[in-house]
Design a protein around this ligand. Structure first.
Ligand code: SF4
Length: 189
């Protein structure tokens, strides 16, 4: 996967059209609260790296939000390092990989956390509300909720993808970055 494929000015639009619910939730919370805790920053930050936001755009993106909350100086001091680190620009220069669905589903968000997989970690009412904001209609909603009740979270996400794109996703969703690239392929076709 090539990095540097998307630009900062398109990100709001891409979040609406092609982010899976887990990332859309983190994205919206960041825009709303101008803050995310560490695990949320990792889950969203590595996803954004995977969809092709380069390190400078990524720093600009997080800086814009965090500076509204903690101020510019504190952002540069406490947060910028971690973002560069995720891109392998600091420390051991490891190039970190975006998280898979399996890893996200098995995470354990606590109070005030927004990472995790909404199909697994949201209560039913919140999940229904979030899906309906995404544009899932009531018939598809019941199919999705059926998969959730069976704890087939990735299948629930696959059905959401299919409902929103009016197209099949035969391979099923197993990675948020796959959700994104499959969505972009369909929307650009
Ligand atoms: Fe995200 Fe995967 Fe959960 Fe879908 S199934 S919301 S892509 S973690």
């Amino acid at each position: 996967k090539e990095y540097g494929e998307i630009s900062l000015k398109d990100i709001d639009q891409l979040a609406k059209s092609s982010f899976p619910l887990c990332m859309r939730h983190l994205y919206e919370k960041l825009r709303e609260d101008h803050h995310l805790k560490h695990a949320g920053r990792m889950q969203l930050g590595l996803f954004l790296k995977g969809v092709g936001l380069n390190v400078d755009d990524s720093l600009a993106f997080w800086r814009e939000e965090f500076s509204k909350k903690v101020g510019l100086e504190k952002f540069e001091k406490n947060y910028a390092y971690n973002i560069r680190h995720n891109y392998g620009k600091e420390g051991k220069k490891t190039d970190y990989t975006p998280y898979s669905c399996q890893k996200i589903i098995l995470s354990t968000p606590g109070v005030g956390d927004h990472h995790g997989c909404p199909y697994r970690h949201f209560g039913e009412e919140n999940l229904r509300a979030a899906l309906s904001r995404m544009g899932v209609n009531s018939r598809a909603m019941e199919d999705v909720m059926g998969k959730v009740r069976n704890r087939d979270y990735q299948l629930a996400c696959t059905l959401t993808f299919e409902a929103l794109h009016a197209a099949p996703c035969d391979a099923g969703i197993n990675h948020p970055n796959q959700y994104f690239s499959d969505s972009q392929k369909l929307l650009k076709a």
